[in-house]
Design a protein around this ligand. Structure first.
Ligand code: PLP
Ligand code: COI
Length: 363
């Protein structure tokens, strides 16, 4: 469905001063600060999408009976804006995020937002908050588009009213130590998704299910949790908020778990597969058992492992830990393939390399 809406813009009376903004942009962290505006678009069953607006950033009023508060009817996206050397601001494959939001919506019985409105909502945010896109190295503005069912009704069915919002947060590295290798924890007690469940949707509930295992990972000194397939508990799926890749250096091969229906179809994942093919690597999307990882590292066949996602970009994984075992060495430097794929991807995103696949969209 192709549809456009015109956005009604109300500018904030109290935007942060240039000095306040500069102070935040100096050390933004991840997800800590928000820009001066947000987007809201309403939907109801009779009217469809309507009332598109840009407004000052602030609390949203919800009826206490709103569906999202009781049955978790929420989906979201994560996508960044990058400032290029000439000052222009670009984003990466927004139609792919827009289509994924539609698939998530379908799974959660929420309305599908037309992709045109999704892309336009990001453009509207930049029209008012462009100054929040820092030109510092590796800095970006992280958009968090999300949708909630907000009909006030306690019966269990898809809400007849929903709202789509976009907020934006200036972002530095997702992990406190930047691009340094991280340790991850193998969760064998918990799965993040079930067969036939919502694993392939980007919905809040999946993240809620990952928080306890994530706490366990942190208690073990690890920064992310790795989940196995929910049926056999044997094959790698993904991390709490990232996809995972193994590099078989000697045979110039990149391996990542196949999309199983319970893994998020990462846009970074798909882009890395393309970049790897372009440089003549063999890419394999298939089942990867946890034993293959352990044995591959021990035998030297697996030379590098990394995580990827919009927030994490490409982050080297130095060590895998689990109940009674440790694989890899956290002190080893990040792998060459990992870092060169990372450089190529970010060079495209920041306009330092030609955009040969047409992935960039100017905001
Ligand atoms: N897997 C999960 C569970 C995620 O939350 C994310 C982040 O969005 C990803 C994978 C990577 O997806 P993308 O590369 O589209 O950001
Ligand atoms: C993203 O990378 O956009 C995500 O949603 C992951 C989350 C851990 C921040």
């Amino acid at each position: 469905m192709s549809q456009s809406l015109s956005f009604h813009v109300t500018r904030s009376d109290h935007p942060r001063s240039a000095a306040e903004r500069a102070k935040i942009l100096e050390k933004p962290g991840f997800g800590l600060h928000f820009t001066d505006h947000m987007v809201a678009v309403r939907w109801d069953k009779d009217t469809g999408w309507h009332d598109a607006a840009v407004m000052p950033y602030g609390p949203i009023a919800l009826d206490p009976a709103a569906a999202v508060l009781h049955y978790g009817q929420e989906i979201f996206e994560g996508i960044k804006a990058y400032r290029h050397a000439d000052g222009s601001v670009w984003t990466f494959r927004p139609e792919a995020n827009g289509r994924r939001l539609q698939r998530s919506a379908a799974r959660l019985a929420l309305p599908e937002l037309p992709v045109e409105i999704f892309v336009e909502s990001l453009k509207q945010m930049i029209a008012v908050d462009k100054d929040w896109v820092s030109d510092a190295d590796e800095a970006s503005l992280y958009f968090r588009p999300f949708m909630i069912g907000d009909e006030a009704f306690l019966g269990v069915r898809g809400a007849h009213k929903a709202s789509y919002y976009v907020i934006a947060s200036p972002a530095g590295p997702y992990f406190a130590k930047g691009v340094a290798p991280v340790a991850i924890w193998l969760s064998t007690d918990y799965a993040r998704a079930a067969k036939g469940g919502t694993g392939a949707a980007k919905c809040g509930g999946n993240y809620a299910a990952s928080l306890l295992p994530q706490q366990q990972a942190q208690a073990q000194g690890c920064s992310q949790v790795l989940f196995l397939d929910p049926v056999e508990g044997k094959y790698l799926e993904e991390l709490g908020g990232m996809n995972v890749f193994l590099v078989y250096g000697k045979r110039n091969t990149l391996v990542t778990p196949a999309l199983s229906g319970s893994i998020l179809e990462g846009i970074t994942r798909e882009s890395i597969l393309q970049l790897a093919r372009d440089r003549g690597m063999t890419v394999e999307e298939r089942k990867v058992s946890i034993d293959e990882w352990k044995q591959g590292v021990a035998s030297g066949d697996i030379t590098e492992v990394f995580a990827c996602g919009t927030a994490a970009v490409i982050t080297p994984i130095g060590q895998l830990k689990g109940e009674g075992f440790t694989v890899g060495n956290l002190d080893a430097p990040a792998g060459e393939v990992t870092m060169s794929l990372r450089k190529e991807l970010t060079d495209i995103q920041y306009g330092r390399l030609p955009d040969r696949h047409g992935w960039l969209v100017r905001l």
